[in-house]
Design a protein around this ligand. Sequence first.
Ligand code: GDP
Ligand code: MG
Length: 166
Amino acid sequence: KSGFAAIIGRPNVGKSTLMNHLIGQKIAITSRKPQTTRNKIQTVYTCEEGQIVFLDTPGIHKAKNKLGEYMVNVAERTFKDADVILWLVEPTTFIGAGERHIAEQLKNCKLPVILVINKVDTVKKEEVLSFIDAYRKIMDFAEIIPASALRGQNLETVIQSIFKYL
Ligand code: GDP
Ligand code: MG
């Protein structure tokens, strides 16, 4: 099996960390500063089951300026190449206009969307569960997976879910 998985989500949720952990190399730039990843970065994950090409995207959000506008466009174009979308969120940011905006765009593109609740190492289990409930209300997800990109927690589940939709 092989195909394309686009990683999307707000700046700083851990998209680059997730990709780096999966690939096992520091390919995408991670930092504490939001919006470090300004361009689409492609990396390839290979295992016995097949190959996944990851498309790392700058944060998809409502543009506040020209650079922001450019970054949103890069993210939207990435959808056209993707077989499945990995939407990363963190359980510390509540659902707001930004998330609803992303959900609307995802509904339009009609691809399976895997929601990864990242950074579960930073919150209690009950908080993760209430996040899952809240997200279920804004759209239909192919899967919802709690994970920690930093600690490598549940990433095998993420990989297996991606393969399911390739
Ligand atoms: P991006 O902007 O979405 O690409 O986010 P980055 O991958 O650059 O990560 C932003 C910050 O969050 C970095 O300081 C990461 O170390 C941190 N981070 C990413 N994933 C996790 C996680 O699972 N747990 C914790 N505690 N921190 C994380
Ligand atoms: Mg990044």
